[in-house]
Design a protein around this ligand. Structure first.
Ligand SMILES: NC(=O)c1ccc[n+]([C@@H]2O[C@H](COP(=O)([O-])OP(=O)(O)OC[C@H]3O[C@@H](n4cnc5c(N)ncnc54)[C@H](O)[C@@H]3O)[C@@H](O)[C@H]2O)c1
Length: 314
């Protein structure tokens, strides 16, 4: 297939690109490099399926129009977004423009050219988890931050295009994703930050009491899930979760990584009002509709991530 991947120079995007290329597709990437890096694509620059990298924004409608005209895409994987919760609190306009308005522009092109859209939303749209069955797609949402609010708004637009126009469209909600190529600064990647700080001999800082939990998904599992959502008609019109089905508290995670309580410190949370106390994924729907299951355990994923950070950032 001919595929447009927005946000493809970012952390998850580059793994989705890798997966799509390995599966034999032709891939065009659009990324404004506001948080991505062109060097993330070095590994497959010379792959025959790698058609073009365009540095540009999804907010540039004439550019989108030109790419859709020329590319004759079958599927658009839409990952381009502002992803940082604290940034969305400090500057909601940028997040709203990129995540909601930008998604609307991408959708309009998909409608015009009848291109399936895979919209990557996030588990951060959910309200706190209640029981050990975990969060299914029917679980209540809660826009606890402008990031979550912008994603929920965009999800609704994507699904409305499915209902109103019959557009093949799927909303996917991966849980917190980690692995090689994730940035080691900022609030987004707790695993990458903790591992980097451990290797750098620094303290691991935990926001709040550390009892908040996360369901951590290894990035290659996430990329395979996203790719398969684009290949299957069974998920059209659906919201689908992906996660490990196991959550760990941030305290447990810090101990798994640092192995020594003396290296761990608790600091005041920067946005306690937007924290989600428990996130545990129920991934049964992804297995039922796509036959997808996570393959990489948390222990193995942490090992691979640490190896990559040690070899590439030190
Ligand atoms: N990292 C996670 O834990 C996680 C979990 C669930 C969902 N997601 C979603 O997955 C997607 C990818 O996230 P990521 O963690 O790889 O973050 P990332 O910041 O590495 O990737 C997002 C990419 O989008 C690009 N981008 C931002 N605004 C753009 C615009 N206006 N036009 C074109 N490109 C633009 C950035 O430069 C970046 O390369 C996002 O939609 C995010 O909301 C992430």
């Amino acid at each position: 297939m001919n595929i447009l991947l927005t946000g493809g120079a970012g952390f998850i995007g580059r793994w989705v690109a890798k997966r799509l290329l390995e599966d034999g597709h032709a891939v065009w990437i659009l990324d404004d490099l506001s948080n991505g890096r062109e060097s993330n694509l070095d590994e497959f620059r010379h792959h025959p399926g790698f058609k073009q990298f365009v540095k540009g924004s999804i907010l540039d409608e004439p550019l989108l129009e030109a790419m859709f005209e020329a590319g004759r895409f079958d599927v658009c994987y839409h990952l381009g977004a502002s992803i940082n919760v604290q940034d969305s609190i400090d500057d909601p306009r940028t997040t709203f423009n990129n995540d909601t308005v930008g998604t609307f522009y991408v959708l309009e092109q998909c409608r015009k050219h009848n291109v399936k859209i895979v919209f990557m939303s996030t588990c951060m749209v959910y309200d706190r988890c209640c029981d050990e069955r975990g969060i299914t797609e029917e679980h209540p949402t809660k826009p606890a931050s402008p990031y979550a609010g912008a994603k929920i708004a965009a999800e609704n637009m994507v699904l409305s295009y499915h209902y109103a126009y019959g557009l093949p469209a799927v909303v996917i909600r991966p849980f917190n994703t980690y692995g090689p190529f994730q940035k080691t600064g900022g609030e987004g990647g707790v695993v990458a930050i903790f591992i980097y700080n451990k290797l750098a001999g620094k303290t691991l800082n935990i926001y709040g009491d550390g009892t908040q939990t996360r369901d951590l998904l290894y990035v290659e599992d996430c990329a395979r899930f996203a790719a398969w959502a684009g290949y299957s008609d069974a998920v059209n019109g659906h919201i689908v979760n992906a996660g490990l089905g196991r959550d760990v508290s941030i305290n447990e995670l810090a101990m798994m990584i640092a192995g020594d309580p003396a290296r761990i410190r608790h600091v005041p949370h920067i946005h306690p009002q937007s924290e989600i106390p428990k996130l545990l994924c129920n991934p049964a729907k992804a297995e039922r509709l796509l036959g997808w299951r996570p393959e990489v355990t948390l222990e193995e994923g942490l090992r691979r991530t640490e190896e990559w950070i040690r070899n590439n950032l030190f």
